[in-house]
Design a binder for this molecule. Structure first.
Ligand code: ADP
Length: 263
């Protein structure tokens, strides 16, 4: 819907401003509606794959005289698919709560270097299995006043991607530096990297640039990361080159000014 501007009288300037406002409002409402429809379409699509896997393997499991090894394989496929479904629902709920501002940051002062190490250590079995080298350079005593739970969501997603998109024998690097005002975290990898076209969309919900790893995620991780960084009044940037690697840089304020909506 678009309302035509009438400019017969110069005194109509105010009228035209109102028309402009209406047109902007109509465009915004239309885009919110499109976004909502897109999300429903995406969620339904993403749910279909694991559900189909569960149905197929469930049927196979019913075959009589199934060898033990097949029974274990099919049961595992069902468990994996249901875990993916559960992860996706958890991410959707988190994103929904973050977007609807139902989460108010719970601020405490803590050592950011320690939190980063804890998050990195969760991937020890992955880096050992993939023989990925780890390099860290973490400044001592960098305290930040932030929401630990929300921030760990950021590091977990960035590390999870770094290990996922890095081939066996690659390298993942973590750096923490700080000045009075900001703490800067860099999580870099020597993985597959991404093109500028992919890089332009990575923070969008359900966007997956690298389809070869599509089943290992749902395209919600970086949308969550971006939302948390915004709530924390921080900044996130990415530098990447195809076949060379990717570096995510997150800058967060060391002292929080309070939640977004209070400003
Ligand atoms: P998912 O990992 O579930 O696909 P994300 O939202 O975490 O979703 O990431 C979106 C996309 O960004 C990925 O599909 C991938 O194309 C790209 N991406 C993210 N991190 C990296 C990385 N470290 N190296 C290469 N590509 C990445």
């Amino acid at each position: 819907m678009r309302i035509q501007q009438v400019s017969t009288f110069s005194a109509d300037d105010n009228y035209n401003i109102i028309i402009d406002c209406f047109n902007t409002m109509a465009a915004e409402l239309a885009s919110v509606e499109t976004l909502r429809t897109d999300i429903i379409a995406n969620v339904s699509h993403e749910m279909k794959t694991p559900l189909a896997v569960m149905q197929n393997y469930g049927t196979l499991l019913q075959a009589p005289d199934l060898p033990e090894e097949k029974r274990v394989e099919y049961a595992k496929a069902i468990t994996d698919a249901s875990r993916r479904l559960a992860d996706m629902m958890t991410n959707i709920l988190k994103l929904n709560r973050l977007e609807n501002q139902q989460i108010y940051p719970n601020l405490t002062t803590f050592d950011l270097g320690e939190q980063l190490c804890e998050s990195l250590l969760q991937y020890e079995s992955v880096w050992e299995r993939k023989n990925v080298e780890i390099e860290t350079d973490i400044a001592d005593g960098v305290n930040v006043c932030a929401d630990t739970e929300l921030l760990s969501l950021v590091w977990n997603n960035l590390f999870s991607n770094a290990f996922k998109f890095t081939e066996d024998g690659g390298k993942v690097m973590l750096t923490l530096t700080a000045d009075e005002e900001y703490a800067t975290v860099k999580i870099a990898d020597t993985g597959c990297g991404m093109s500028a076209e992919v890089g332009a969309h990575i923070f969008e919900k359900f966007y997956q640039g690298d389809t070869s790893h599509a089943t290992q995620g749902n395209g919600l991780g970086l949308a969550l990361v971006k939302r948390v960084v915004d709530i924390m009044q921080g900044e996130i940037g990415v530098e990447s080159a195809v076949g060379v690697g990717t570096t995510f840089t997150v800058k967060i304020r060391r002292v929080d000014d309070g939640p977004e909506e209070a400003r």
